[in-house]
Design a protein around this ligand. Sequence first.
Ligand SMILES: [Zn+2]
Length: 388
Amino acid sequence: MEKLVIKNIGMILSGKMEDPIFDGDCLIAIDGKIDAWGYEKDLDTDDPTSVVDAHGVTLAPGLIDSHVHPVVGDYTPRQQQLHWIDSTLNGGVTTMISAGEVHMPGRPKDVIGLKAMSIAAQRWYENFRPSGVKVHAGAPVIEHGMVEEDFAELANAGVKYLGEVGLGSVKDGKTANQMIEWARKYGIQSTIHTGGPSIPGSGLIDADMVIETGTDVIGHINGGHSALPDDQIICLCETCTKQAFEIVHNGNERAAVLTVNTARELGKLDQVILGTDGPAGSGVQPLGILRMIAMLSAFGNVPAEIAFCFGNGNTARQRDLNVGLIEKGLCADFVLMDQAQHAPGKTMLESVAQGNLPGVGMTIIDGVIRSERSRNTPPAQRLPERIL
Ligand SMILES: [Zn+2]
């Protein structure tokens, strides 16, 4: 039995918007799953196999990037970049969801070819986790000619997510809706490329098409990069009662703030989730999720402990993942962080609410330490330490 004890935690962020800060200074994980948390004096900390002394820093569920475009391993041909996933782990991200492996050179667009690539991509990231990061990949981009049996076959083979609707040849709401309904019937989630074209060859998707298509996630509601006009973003927030409002780093920041302000006024902040949309034309964003948490807290008038939920718990709930929340039985995936050195604010949360990044001191995936002091964030005031 593997027993991880994390003690001297300064604050536990739960990932749950309805109760974002848990009492306690200690957390125990057994065989990679969260077992108990609270005050050390009340918990069974005997016979650990690993011990982390948090030295007073904050523990939160590992961050989730709801929108990435991986290709293979820890390499992206989009910007000829190596180790972008490892770099993102250093930004506190422990889980990523593919919105399509669209940067694969020579990506097949015929139906049998796209199915083959999706299944292969799902397998190669399931079999190989770069630096331990969980990458849910194998997200096919729908093309004309797909029939219901194709979605059944993909689902049976382990495909769980569609790539962004609109990046393939299907550009009309009626056809897209038929295909995402087939996908949904077999348990495959869907997302859509909202806003103007991202690169030559992609097209505009406006609010009417988003609503007609009815995907589970409104992919980059703040554009990737070009956002829809304000009235259309507000219309999507008002109309959509369940779908995730996905805000990405690789989008329009003003539209991101508009989305959060609108969602807050409508009482729909639980629908807000975060992604980077990297790798992309704007590169890779190892600190993208942390940067959006700080930006949206600062400009969206959202307490930092709620903004953190956009980057873990909300995404986990919208995407039906077994991570992202402090809950017994869920994966022991964490980021440990503290206020950055010389950042203003009395606490880490106050400094984030003023738009500053925290310093990441450690990441843990399935109860195993995967990185220590971040090479990418500003240095933290205090660092957790492995003592066993
Ligand atoms: Zn897109």
